[in-house]
Design a protein around this ligand. Sequence first.
Ligand code: 3HC
Length: 275
Amino acid sequence: MGGPDGYSRPGIAGSGAIACGLAACASRTGTVRLLARSDASAWRAEESAQTEAKKVEGAAPDRIRVTTDAADLAECDVIVEAIIEDAEAKAELLARLAAAAAGADLATTTSSLPIGELADAAGVGDRFYGLHVFNPVTRMELIELCLPDGLRDGVRERALEWCRAMDKTAVEVPDQVGFVVNRLLFPYLFEAVRMKEATGMSAEDVDACMQLGAGHPMGPLKLLDFVGLDVAAAIGESLERDGAGGGGDHVPDLVREMVGEGKLGRKSGEGFFEY
Ligand code: 3HC
């Protein structure tokens, strides 16, 4: 269970892979309330979060309770929003969560939206921070914590302690688009796409070079397939708007074309590879 200074009544809003993976990890720290937006997504989320929890030492599938009513999160001491990467949708939900759970700290798993702007849009400034986890959440050790100035007392300590209780390593990062990992990772992933196009190399060969020569667990094109090409394009667009990668962050035309054709990577059955 969560330490004395961390959280022990976590809530997660969302029902996708990130939300379910985080719910699984959070069940190490207490009973988790997982907020889905419909009955159908609630059933799917319950099954998926419980399956994920079986993969995590110290996690407890039966401590994950799924609901579609935000009022069930009223007693939570933290609520992490983990829905679609859309600033308006996130701000609307965060404002609703803030009203439903007046005492809770609030966080977001956004990968590329500025935390300060989201806080202003949702009106949750002094209790809101970024908690960026990585896919697959149950396996990836890092959490990028973006803790803005002006947080109310104890938020930073609670956030750090909770990450520890989930057996994750937290690194505090500045409020810059893409934080650290995506800001460095995506220019590299996109460069791999450009290289494949320019040279005619196969996806297998590009990936083999980086796996075997640089010791990466997964090549860049397979990783793009796993991230999802639509998600990758959205992250790239945020980085591009910010001028983060000196031009290397521009979304390759091939990625846009593949998204247009419904080739989104692993989730659609086809991307740079077939699944
Ligand atoms: N996204 C989603 N699932 C992933 C994944 C990814 N990037 N990488 C691996 N997985 C899943 C696999 O599908 C598999 O799932 P299953 O058990 O349900 O079949 C499981 O993780 C194990 O994968 P492997 O077979 O590769 O097993 P290994 O034990 O050899 O390695 C690993 C596991 C260490 C997770 C390795 O696969 C790895 O390092 N993958 C890359 C992870 C990564 O780079 N993640 C960051 C992506 S960027 C991101 O998340 C930021 C966000 O903002 C977009």
